[in-house]
Every structure is written in structure tokens, then in C-alpha cells.
Design a protein. Structure first.
Length: 168
């Protein structure tokens, strides 16, 4: 995965539209399906919990399938990119201790992974307007740059490849 620049305003507008659409479809779809099931197959005990649960489950699966199909549509470009970025950063985070210790030992690949991770988090936090932890991230980036300078490594986020994580 490569980091790309996206317009934060456009991303937020499209993300809000996707979220509101999902909430609306989940609400209306769940109610409609569960009411239809209750109407077609009434429960003699009067409890319709299982039909309501089934309505929610069917609608949730439908929304997931629809989002998966629409993922490549140009409208979803920014939202899909951020979704992929979060997944990539999550994979790195699961191995962060090993990556950090390898970087401390001078492992060039680990330093590139850390650099990609820090750049990705910075972009993500700026897109989500989460500036509370930027100072901590800047501190980590500075430490990484000092480490890279010590080991004569030129940091480049484009050198990151997800297959590199298998070593850690």
C-alpha cells in the first residue's frame, strides 16, 4: 500500500454520507424485515426477539455486501483508501514491539515500516481531525529520524511492502 494525498473535506463529506446511508438502511431495513417476518410467521408466545434479530442480521449482511460491491466506485475512493490504510496500520500495530526492537538493532526494513506507520497515522489523524496525539507522534518520528541517521538509513515510506511484515 502506498500513501496518497486526499482532500480532507471531500473525505469527511463522503464518509458522513456513507455513514448516514448505512444507518438509514440498517434502521429501515431491520424494521421492515422483522415486521414482515412477524406478519408472515407470528410467534404463539408473543416474543418476536428472534425475528427482530434476524432482521438486523439480514440487513447488516446486505449492507456489507453492498459496500463491498460499491467499494471500487469513484464516490468511495477516499473512504475505501482510509479503510485500507486503517487495515494496513492495524497489521503493523500487531507486530509493533518486534518491529521497534528490530529498528533499535539497526534493521533498515523495520525502520521503513515504522516510517510508513508514522506517516500513515499522521495522515489518518489529520483526516479525522484528531490532533490530540500528534505531539506524541512527532516525538516518535524524531526518535526514528535520529535512529535512521545513526544507522545511515534514508527513510522512505514508499519502500514499505505489506509482505515485509512476515519477518516480524
Amino acid at each position: 500500500m502506498q500513501l496518497i494525498e486526499i482532500d480532507p473535506e471531500r473525505y469527511r463529506k463522503r464518509l458522513n454520507k456513507v455513514i448516514f446511508a448505512c444507518i438509514g438502511v440498517l434502521s429501515i431495513g431491520s424494521l421492515a424485515i422483522s415486521q414482515l417476518l412477524i406478519l408472515l410467521i407470528p410467534s404463539p408466545t408473543g416474543s418476536h426477539f428472534h425475528w427482530n434479530l434476524l432482521g438486523v442480521a439480514i440487513t447488516a449482511v446486505s449492507v456489507f455486501i453492498i459496500l463491498s460491491k460499491l467499494r471500487k466506485h469513484p464516490f468511495f475512493y477516499e473512504v475505501s483508501y482510509v479503510w485500507d490504510l486503517k487495515q494496513a496500520l492495524n497489521k503493523i500495530n500487531r507486530r509493533m514491539k518486534k518491529i521497534e526492537s528490530a529498528a533499535q538493532r539497526g534493521d533498515h526494513v523495520a525502520m521503513h515500516i515504522l516510517h510508513f506507520s508514522y506517516c500513515g497515522f499522521r495522515q489518518l489523524w489529520q483526516l479525522d481531525n484528531n490532533t490530540l496525539t500528534i505531539n506524541h507522534l512527532t516525538h516518535l518520528e524524531n526518535k526514528l529520524h535520529e535512529l535512521a541517521e545513526t544507522h545511515n538509513v534514508t527513510l522512505d515510506a514508499t519502500l514499505y511492502n505489506p509482505s515485509q511484515l512476515a519477518s516480524y
